[in-house]
Ligand binder design. Structure first.
Ligand code: CMC
Length: 430
């Protein structure tokens, strides 16, 4: 009769163990009982980069990488992108359900009234060098918020937690916009309460010399859709970093700063920046086959914006973004790099190398083209990812803090270093 267990025979000892299977997993700790002798520590699972390890139970985001499905709290990403807006999605991600009208209005009110940062945060930011990368400024400033809200360390108290989560969502666009203004040498623009979340950010970035500046509605809507698509993505590198750092029960500003720094890397949130640089380097549609050849030969050249640890099918976010491109380019004019991107995709999707490895465009393949058309410099691209991902980070952080099964994260290692030896004075070293 079928049983939800796994039988394991240790051929070193001939002993057989029966391990329970729950949610398609065995517990790694159940392996510990498998010992080759009395002195043996017990069997561990070796899984560099967590390729096949579930680190938590989560009720926030569902991904089926083979089918190309992404859902937040059960709602398909395509429906949310078409029908909702970023703050409603943020409420959903944080609370598990779509808000009622009253809940939504209250949420928007709270977020809007937390968008200002302490004036000392502004002074802190003005201390950066003129050419500081905006993502480095964002990461440091988010970490610095910990010094402004010392009560945030009370992570076990729900109300305290919730205020910090709202503050982070609310202040992230302000800090992001300030970092942009800093690198461009422009004065910081303060948030405006009568503007929506995304429009407010756009205005803080773009307003120069005219207080009546009105952001283009199509561009604001497109950016809002991009924010929805980036709100959460289950246990990715930056979310895992936030959870791991947060598991020490440090305050959420410090934990989220870890998320921001993880996102900065070119294999994660920095990929859209890398895509743009790659498209510029290719420079012409005619050079696409030559570039693809170089990628296939290895030599450290990757087709940036392609491939994903989880999606082995078209990234559903990339599909929505590709459609958004058309709406944006109608306002801004066509980005000539789009032709190169479309040709890269066309050739790659027919090529044995990419087919065999199940490499498809990911969220970053087209998003950079939109950001560039909107007038954002490439350095701002990961920042534009960090703003909406904040709700994912704080929601996952809270889920971790309130999960009784979680403890401080502390993986094991396989020690490969030198055996015990005696110290050699410097004059006797060879
Ligand atoms: N171009 C060419 N070859 C690739 C690419 C690519 N973009 N991605 C993976 N491969 C190859 C890789 O060389 C390997 O080949 P082989 O089996 O011959 O050694 C095979 O495909 C499997 O790749 P992997 O590196 O083992 O896969 P991974 O799951 O460790 O890496 C990834 C996932 C996203 C880091 C990787 O696909 C990549 O570097 N892509 C480019 C960077 C990028 O677009 N990142 C954005 C990810 S989506 C946004 C986000 O969530 O941050």
């Amino acid at each position: 009769m079928a049983k939800d267990t796994l039988s394991v025979t240790d051929n070193r000892t001939g002993k057989t163990y029966e391990l329970p299977i729950e949610n398609g997993c065995i517990r790694s700790m159940d392996l510990r009982q498998i010992k080759s002798g009395a002195d043996d520590f017990g069997l561990m699972a070796y899984d560099p980069a967590f390729l096949n390890t579930a680190n938590c139970k989560s009720a926030i985001t569902f991904i089926d990488g083979d089918k190309g499905i992404l859902e937040y709290r059960g709602y398909p990403i395509e429906q949310l992108a078409e029908k909702s807006n970023y703050l409603e999605v943020a409420y959903l991600v944080m609370n598990g359900e779509l808000p009622t009208k009253a809940q939504y209005e209250d949420f928007v009110h709270v977020i809007t009234h937390h968008t200002y940062v302490h004036e000392n945060v502004k002074s802190f930011m003005s201390g950066f060098r003129y050419d500081a990368h905006p993502m480095a400024m964002l990461a440091s400033t988010v970490a610095a918020l910990s010094a402004f809200y010392p009560e945030a360390k009370n992570v076990k108290d729900r109300q305290t937690r919730r205020i910090q989560m709202m503050r982070l969502i609310a202040k992230m666009p302000t800090i992001a916009a300030f970092s942009y203004r800093h690198t461009t040498g422009l004065p910081y623009v303060y948030p405006e309460n009568e503007l929506g979340y995304t429009e407010n950010f756009f205005t803080m970035v773009k307003q120069i010399g005219d207080r009546r500046f009105k952001a283009n509605k199509t561009l604001v809507k497109a950016l809002d859709v991009l924010f929805i698509l980036h709100a959460d993505h289950e246990q990715n590198c930056s979310t895992t970093s936030t959870r791991v750092v947060g598991s020490s029960e440090v305050d959420p500003y410090s934990a989220v700063a870890a998320g921001v720094t993880a996102l900065y890397g070119p294999l994660h949130g920095g990929a859209n920046e890398a895509v743009l640089r790659m498209l510029r380097e290719i420079g012409d549609v005619k050079k696409v086959p030559e570039f693809i050849k170089k990628v296939k030969e290895g030599n450290d050249t990757k087709l940036m914006g392609f491939g994903h640890r989880v999606y082995k099918n078209y990234d559903p976010r990339a599909k929505v973004i590709k459609r958004t491109c058309d709406e944006v380019f109608e306002v801004t004019g066509r980005n000539p790099l789009l032709d190169i991107a479309v040709e890269l995709e066309r050739i790659a999707l027919q090529d044995e190398y990419f087919i065999k490895r199940k490499l498809y465009p990911n969220v970053d393949f087209y998003s950079g083209l939109i950001y560039e058309a909107m007038g954002f410099p490439v350095d701002m691209f990961p920042v534009l990812f960090a703003i909406p991902r904040t709700v994912g980070w704080v929601s996952q952080w809270e889920e971790m803090i309130t999960d009784n099964e979680q403890k401080i994260a502390r993986p094991r290692q396989i020690f490969t270093g030198a055996k015990k030896r005696d110290y050699v004075p410097v004059e006797k070293r060879g």
